[in-house]
Design a protein around this ligand. Structure first.
Ligand code: ARG
Ligand code: ZN
Length: 875
């Protein structure tokens, strides 16, 4: 079945109140739903009521307290249809269903994770609990009563504020929760189990005292300190930056170990993958700490952007996700370093969203059709969706942007809104026409922007020709011209920005060129000297930009651009160019050599104390193999790319061996670990330097020593990664891996790293390694984190292993995906997207990848989730 945006129509019925009673037991949970149903004005009394279900068993049904006659309804696992309804506009339905949380391997609806009952309802999991109008524009006030064993489930949580609690016969007890804010069913949540609680509190700017709780496995309480701190900082930031305060008496976060995604923003009861809650220096890396901070913030920010204002339908998913990602990125930028955050976000965007936008799974930020909504929780909806919001802020400036956001909250609080309504608030607040800009939501594909500058010394004029084009994407062959905001600067010979007197050819305001036509011929007059053009500063628009300029100018920008993002971008572009040329030589069996100016530049950046260490670490990180492949575009040979990348690392490492060794020593900190971004930046720089030293010396001893001496997981895991990727088989390496497994075998999140680091180690033997790890007693196909650590990492972060020339990587991968999909279709479908760029491979690998996609496509009883991905990937 295909769902289409244009088919939206409002529901004929409302459900103003929902009372749920859960009688919890692993194999047989009874769910009693008392729904107040109301016909919408103008809807005829004979209009049937069709409620959504998914695999449900109906136990009983009553209308206004009377058992419904068998002829008056039809119940299937997937729907409940009532044909003869009371004539009154409003009536009560009592629906009892029976479910088995212990058998729920899809991890959607109500399931058990490590003996803890928990829920995941977004997008359409609520219909696996009870029959309902399971769509985001049906908002209801929920009252929930939970009954469970006191012994195994002393903690009973749901949305909203806590109510009555008490003991029952037979060792059972109950708790009632009431959420005064009407919400769609996807925000419903329930947790019941034996967990340890860490409590804290927060006082809002409105003077409301909020009890904060983080609930985790017993013994893990000490690992919640950072998450709790991040939560309080998020609450404060949303007040200061957006004027948004929290609105309930309690805010609870629960960490579970089996979770399909990162986390979920259920009203007042966020449920998290424990990976994004639990951290201490011994078990979590700096990246883990940063992810926790960002995701705690993200879910908290959803309280306003997602919960108070929700989505009319799932086509509007970016309304809450793109906006909330934008908000969490801004939070991190304010809490840490803005430039470093921006570079990191752009790397993620280019690494995940660009390949999606440039391949068979491309779709607009607001899709127009879907078969399986779970497959649209994508980098395009989330990350490109955030970029679109950021562009609005670039177009309007911070004050009008804030005015628009204020208007959004004022106008749409309590509603299920659309993207049109979101953009309208900015048009109204700023008095602008954003209709051309709206194409960013409607057109898929990454726009290409080319630019060429000429300086006329006599006339003191800088002429810039800029052209945009948008490549065709599936179902959209012709594209309209977009409104693209390009932030820019004219960089003078001393590195500072130059002025100009006048400009024509496009509107230019506040350092932003507004592209609105296919071609613009800009003329800046009164430019005293030849400037270097710094374009798309801060990555103001998510486009691929090619500027025709000479190497010397690019090197100059990489050294001097006042915009740190563009400085990083210039260096990165230089590296990519050199690596592509080198990969082509490697493929022909010819030795590449690398330009001395670039190698020297890397040394200078490493040593530049005026730059923060985190920036230097990012600058020195060579483009990933997948990034190089994406920039090459077609006829990809991952082996040649790996060879080129390794040789460049060697060249840089050996050119600066002494300086790097000294820097490595100087960055060695004896101070106790703190997760702040400054310290994390120093560790990042030291660890990238370790990598260069390892690859250029070929000596495993340095990494082995760091592994042994490490006082925190960041340094330990970094050393292990270097041992795995830069050195062949050695006793140092074997011992480190054995030691790691011994130390952490009972700690699932840390053991995931052990699987992950091995799965990422490049080379032809990787398939066998990963296959063997799949037989390891600790491996599990049913725990999404473990599965992603091994198979997800192998298929997305191990180009040479996954794309092995004989196709063995693909075959192994397909076997696993087909096994997983029998239990957890959503996770299998997500894994399968790893094949999305198969068409850009060289012919041999392309044929093998296609074969394996066809094999998956012809497997029996393929789930809708996987079928959708495989078919679109092949189309
Ligand atoms: N709303 C959640 C978040 O981004 C993600 C939930 C995704 N769920 C799903 N079934 N795809 O914060
Ligand atoms: Zn979200």
């Amino acid at each position: 079945q295909v769902f289409k945006l244009e088919d939206y129509r409002p529901s004929d019925f409302r459900i103003p109140a929902t009372e749920l009673t859960f009688d919890l037991a692993p194999e047989r949970t009874l769910v009693t739903a008392e729904l107040t149903i109301e016909r919408q004005p103008g809807v005829a009394a004979k209009t049937p009521l069709v409620l959504d279900g998914d695999g449900l068993t109906l136990v009983s049904l009553a209308i206004d307290g009377e058992a419904a006659g068998a002829a008056s309804f039809r119940a299937t696992p997937d729907s409940l249809t009532l044909r003869s309804l009371p004539a009154a506009r409003s009536f009560r339905l009592t629906i009892v269903t029976e479910i088995a949380p212990a058998e729920n391997a899809a991890l959607m609806g109500l399931y058990l994770s490590n003996s803890v009952y928990c829920t995941q309802c977004e997008a359409e999991g609520f219909r696996r609990i009870t029959y309902f109008l399971d769509r985001p524009d049906v908002l209801s006030v929920y009252t929930v009563r939970i009954e469970a064993d006191l012994k195994t489930a002393p903690l009973l949580l749901s949305n909203g504020n806590p109510g009555e609690t008490g003991e029952l016969n037979g060792g059972r007890h109950f708790a009632v929760w009431h959420d005064p804010f009407p919400k769609p069913s996807y925000l419903f949540a329930l947790v019941a189990g034996d967990l340890a609680t860490v409590s804290d509190s927060f006082e809002t700017m409105e003077g409301r005292k909020v009890a904060l709780g983080i609930h985790v496995e017993h013994g893990k309480q000490d690992r919640t300190t950072y998450a709790m701190d991040a939560l309080k900082r998020s609450m404060k930031w949303d007040e200061e930056r957006f004027g948004r305060a929290y609105d309930l008496d309690v805010f609870n976060i629960v960490a579970v170990s089996d979770f399909n995604m990162g986390a979920m923003e259920n009203k007042g009861l966020n449920i998290f993958n424990d990976k994004y809650v639990l951290a201490d220096p011994e078990t979590a890396t700096d990246t883990d700490f940063a992810n926790i901070e960002a995701i705690i913030a993200h879910e908290y920010f959803h309280n306003w952007t997602g919960n108070r204002i929700t989505c009319r339908d799932w086509f509007q998913l970016c309304l809450k996700e793109g906006l909330t990602v934008y908000r969490d990125q801004e939070f991190t930028a304010d809490q840490r370093s803005r430039a470093v955050e921006r570079i990191g976000d752009v790397r993620t965007l280019k690494g995940h969203q660009f390949p999606e936008d440039q391949g068979p799974l491309a779709h607009p930020v607001r899709p127009r059709r879907y078969r399986e909504i779970n497959n649209f929780y994508t980098a395009t909806v989330y990350e490109k969706g955030a970029e679109v919001v950021r562009m609005i802020q670039a177009l309007l400036g911070p004050d009008l942007f804030r005015a628009g956001m204020d208007l959004y909250f004022e106008r749409h609080d309590g509603e299920a809104a659309t993207v049109e309504e979101f953009v309208k608030v900015f048009e109204d607040a700023a008095g602008r026409d954003l209709s051309q800009f709206f194409l960013w939501y409607q057109q898929a594909g990454t726009p290409n922007v080319t630019a060429k500058a000429r300086y006329d010394e006599g006339a003191r004029v800088l002429a810039i020709d800029i052209e945009q084009s948008i490549p065709p994407t599936p179902g959209e062959s012709r594209k309209k011209v977009m409104h693209i905001p390009l932030a820019f600067g004219l960089v003078g010979p001393d590195g500072s920005d130059m002025d100009w007197k006048a400009v024509d050819g496009a509107s230019v305001e506040n350092g932003v060129i507004h592209l609105r036509k296919r071609k613009h011929a800009l003329r800046f007059s009164g430019v005293s000297e030849r400037p270097r053009l710094s374009l798309n500063r801060g990555f103001s628009a998510p486009v691929t930009l090619s500027v025709e300029e000479n190497r010397a100018d690019r090197i100059f920008l990489a050294r001097h651009d006042g915009d740190l993002f563009c400085r990083w971008q210039a260096l990165n572009t230089l590296m990519v160019e050199v690596l592509i040329a080198a990969a082509n030589l490697c493929r022909d069996g010819r030795p590449p050599d690398f330009p001395a100016d670039l190698v020297a530049l890397c040394g200078d950046i490493a040593a530049d104390e005026s730059l923060e260490p985190a920036f230097r670490a990012l600058a020195l990180t060579l483009p990933a193999e997948a990034d190089i492949a994406r920039e090459m575009g077609s006829n990809i040979d991952p082996d040649a790319i790996l060879a080129a990348r390794t040789l460049l690392a060697e060249a840089i490492g050996s050119a600066h061996a002494q300086a790097f060794a000294a820097l490595y020593g100087a960055l060695d900190s004896k101070a106790p670990f703190t997760p702040d971004s400054g310290s994390a930046g120093r560790r990042a720089l030291r660890n990238i330097i370790l990598d260069y030293l390892a690859v250029s010396s070929g000596e495993a001893s340095l990494a082995a020593r760091q592994y042994a001496d490490a006082s925190n997981m960041t340094d330990r895991a970094a050393a292990l990664t270097v041992l795995a990727t830069r050195h062949g088989e050695s006793t140092d390496k074997a011992e480190a891996f054995a030691d790691f497994e011994r130390r952490y075998r009972t700690d699932a999140l840390v053991l995931d790293k052990w699987f992950q680091i091995q799965a990422a180690a490049p080379g032809p033997a990787a398939v066998e390694t990963v296959r063997a790890l799949g037989e390891h007693p600790a491996f599990s196909l049913t725990n999404p984190n473990r599965l992603r650590a091994l198979v997800g990492t192998f298929s997305t972060a191990n180009q040479t292993g996954f794309h092995r020339a004989d196709g063995e990587g693909y075959r192994f991968f397909a076997e696993i995906v087909l096994q997983v999909e029998k239990k957890n279709p959503q996770v299998a479908a997500r894994l399968a997207t790893a094949l999305r760029s198969w068409r850009s491979l060289e012919p041999g690998r392309k044929a093998l990848a296609r074969e394996v996609l066809l094999r998956m496509s012809s497997a029996e009883n393929l789930s809708a989730d996987l079928r959708d991905i495989v078919d679109r990937t092949l189309a």
